[in-house]
Write a protein that binds this ligand. Structure first.
Ligand code: CP3
Length: 354
């Protein structure tokens, strides 16, 4: 295996010394980049892009050619698992993801089998292997999955949702069925992420985009418990190096300590929590990832730099901070503003690492 030329991202997650704060952007490969739109057009549609290892590798590398990013993230989607479970994923233009056969009852859940990561999901592992080769040790590759709760919301709602009435009805009226589904999803995520690690992912991240819509008690029972199970089931060392795990619950700032107590290496923060407060509460228990509001990329270069400076100051001195946006980059931000953001993190963070 090629030696990593830039391992700041891995070192920061393990709180090992770095010379400046590493940065990457959630959804860094995507429609805000004209070259992404061109490659996607070449593939035909989004899922065909995910299933073509060469093109998935190309779009993964595109943002790294433009910006001095410290990590690459596998180009894929969290909904690959439900698709491989037979729900029939499709994308309606302008409406986001949809399922042809959503989960409606216990019998639907009982029918579901665990997808084979080197079978139905082999296209994802092929993408990981191709991207690792393409990266040639430039920066580490992040693998990822959705959290069981977040995947279940899409599977039960049949797509994106605002009020989550169908899944909350199942949660309160038939909790056993939902637990059965979440348990199957947790087992499947463990196999899927371990296969990504075996294929070459050097760190993994679990996206719990919708954990923040739960009550504190339900967050424990229906989301965090299953992410904890995943952390316990993951391979934590590969190629002679620790494979750090980051958990990200959007809107999960109030539960920071609980998330950190799962045994993960890093906790992802959205912008609704102050970085200084998060650092005070977590200390050096885990690394923190985040947390600039992605909408700040609409602002002037001066305003972006000022915001980066505030967040860096909030975290303070020493390792343990992976800079990121608090959620995915918006599709209509000027691409040059992402460059201002990345360069500001590198430049302004040096004094914090002496
Ligand atoms: O970060 C990256 O650059 C890696 C790629 C990545 C995608 N999706 C590509 C994608 C990652 C990490 C994801 C995760 C994902 N997918 C999440 C969790 C993170 C989050 O944003 O909260 C969720 C909830 C999904 C589900 C999903 N996939 C939605 C809601 C959509 C539609 C979004 C839209 O704007 O239409 C997708 C499709 C999708 N996944 C796109 C991309 C680049 C857009 C597809 C296109 O090219 O049209």
């Amino acid at each position: 295996m090629t030696e990593l030329k830039n391992d700041r991202y891995l070192r920061a997650l393990l709180k090992e010394p770095v010379d400046y704060t590493p940065v990457w952007m959630m959804r860094q490969a995507g429609r805000y980049l004209p070259e992404y739109k061109a490659t996607r057009a070449q593939a035909g549609d989004f899922m065909s892009l995910c299933k073509n290892a060469e093109l998935a590798c190309e779009v993964t590398l595109q943002p790294l050619r433009r910006y001095d990013l410290d990590a690459a993230i596998l180009f894929s989607d969290i909904l690959t698992i439900p698709d491989a479970m037979g729900l029939g994923l499709y994308f309606e233009t302008g409406e986001g993801p949809k399922f042809e056969r959503p989960i409606t009852c216990k019998a639907d859940v009982e029918k579901i089998g665990l997808p084979d990561p080197e079978g139905e999901l082999q296209y994802v592992m092929n993408a990981v292997r191709t991207i690792r080769k393409g990266l040639d040790g430039q920066v580490p590759l992040i693998g990822f999955s959705g959290s069981p709760w977040t995947l279940a919301t899409y599977m039960v709602e049949g797509g994106s949702s605002k009020a989550f009435t169908k899944i909350k009805k199942m949660m309160y009226a038939d909790p056993q069925t939902l637990h059965l589904l979440l348990d199957k999803l947790a087992d499947s995520v463990i196999e899927y992420l371990n296969a990504q690690i075996k294929a070459g992912a050097q760190s993994v991240m679990v996206f719990d985009t919708w954990g923040g819509v739960l009550t504190p008690r339900d967050y424990n029972d229906f989301s965090l418990q299953y992410m904890h199970k995943i952390v316990d089931g993951l391979v934590r060392e590969n190629e002679g190096r620790r494979v750090p795990v980051t958990l990200f619950t959007k809107n999960g700032g109030m539960w920071l300590e609980k998330i950190a107590a799962t045994g993960c290496d890093g906790v992802g923060l959205d912008w609704t929590i102050d970085m200084a407060e998060a650092k005070r509460r977590i200390g050096d228990k885990v690394a923190l990832q985040g947390n600039m509001d992605p909408s700040m990329l609409y602002a002037s270069p001066e305003r972006i730099r000022e915001e980066v400076a505030t967040i860096l100051e909030g975290f303070g001195t020493g390792s343990g901070h992976v800079f990121n946006l608090g959620h995915g980059i918006h599709l209509d931000v000027p691409p040059e503003n992402a460059g201002v953001f990345v360069d500001a993190v590198h430049e302004l963070s040096r004094p914090y690492h002496k």
